[in-house]
Design a binder for this molecule. Structure first.
Ligand SMILES: Cc1ncc(COP(=O)(O)O)c(C=O)c1O
Length: 333
């Protein structure tokens, strides 16, 4: 039994889905969506707020402010509510409606940026907005997930050791890259312990994180229009970029087997499966990280009109998976 008195005290860190039966390659998917914030961002949020508290940066009148594509915003909304702080989330028009409503339900103020910056895209525009808010009133405290070491340290302290404990023979770890907090925390942990784990970063096509040209990206979570300052590419063995159409296909393939995951999980799984298909992976122990679950994406990734408007009508036609047959045995009558 777990008994808690603050919402951030609970997190399921030991749940994996074996994707072999669904995709035909062995991959253990670490599920990070089972906590009250519904995503992996609970860890970064808790670590950053705790560090700010320790440093005395937060006082009863403080207003937390953060730029977030959604999940960090939800986690900070939850923690701010629990600790009695105000929180302002600066997001953009790609933020899911349900994510925005969640933040508001938790008492936060949400500012939605509708116009991307000509050079820095939506992220550049969001960061400019946060800087302007902080300059306007010194009660604002910007944790800044893009530069705050607490972001990657949370994963160094929790996510990576949890994986290392369960998979002492781990060969390959697939991690999606947003701010690169998860990627940097896990990669540093295995590098510092001289564990021969191949760290593969998975990014969305159109993201500039690893130097590719900017392009349209509609799914929040992974990718960036400004290179993440936290990224140290020497810690990354390989990078895979995934087209969002493949993200959609992977999400739907999982959903047809009863696993409703978020968009970045589809991206990471799609990237991991193409990597595994291109290697002799029979004796490889591979883990991938699933940052959240699918409910927040019902009106986007799991909505036919949205998918067809953005990716075209044929996107779901061939995802390589035959429809699942009815489970009931057929009996002659
Ligand atoms: C759904 C989802 N996936 C992936 C990520 C990326 O994680 P990180 O910022 O640690 O790179 C995020 C971060 O916000 C997210 O919300």
């Amino acid at each position: 039994m777990s008994v808690i008195s603050v919402p951030h005290a609970y997190n399921e860190d030991e749940l994996y889905v074996d994707l072999q039966p669904i995709f035909g390659h062995s991959l253990f998917l670490k599920c990070e969506g089972f906590n009250f914030a519904g995503s992996i961002k609970l860890k970064a949020a808790a670590e950053m707020v705790e560090a700010a508290d320790r440093k005395g940066a937060l006082t009863p009148g403080s207003i937390l402010v953060e730029s977030s594509s959604g999940n960090l915003g939800v986690a900070l909304s939850m923690i701010a509510a629990s600790k009695g702080y105000r929180f302002v989330c600066v997001t953009d028009s790609r933020c899911n409606l349900s994510t925005r409503l969640l933040m508001e339900a938790l008492g936060s103020e949400v500012h939605v940026i509708a116009d991307p910056d000509a050079a820095g895209g939506f992220l550049g525009a969001r960061l400019d907005y946060v800087r302007a808010l902080c300059a306007s009133d010194d009660r604002y405290v910007w944790l800044n997930q893009y530069t705050n070491p607490g972001n990657w340290q949370a994963h160094y302290r929790t996510t990576a050791p949890a994986i290392a404990r369960q998979f002492p023979q781990l060969d390959v770890l697939f991690i999606g890259a947003g701010t690169t907090g998860t990627l940097m925390g896990c990669a540093r942990y295995f590098r510092d312990r001289r564990r021969r784990v191949r760290v593969v970063a998975v990014d969305s096509l159109g993201s500039v994180t690893f130097g590719g040209p900017p392009g349209r990206r509609m799914i929040p979570g992974l990718g960036a229009s400004v290179r993440p300052p936290m990224l140290d590419q020497t810690l990354v063995d390989e990078v895979i970029q995934v087209d969002e159409a493949d993200t959609i296909r992977a999400c739907h393939r999982l959903a047809r087997r009863g696993f409703l995951f978020g968009g970045s999980t589809g991206t990471v799984v799609s990237g991991a499966m193409s990597w595994l298909a291109g290697h002799d992976a029979r004796a490889v122990t591979a883990v991938a990280i699933a940052p959240d679950l699918g409910e927040r994406y019902l009106d986007t990734i799991y909505q036919t009109n949205w998918i067809e408007a953005i990716y075209g009508a044929g996107v779901l036609r061939d995802d390589g998976d035959a429809p699942v047959q009815a489970a009931c045995p057929q009996t002659a009558s």
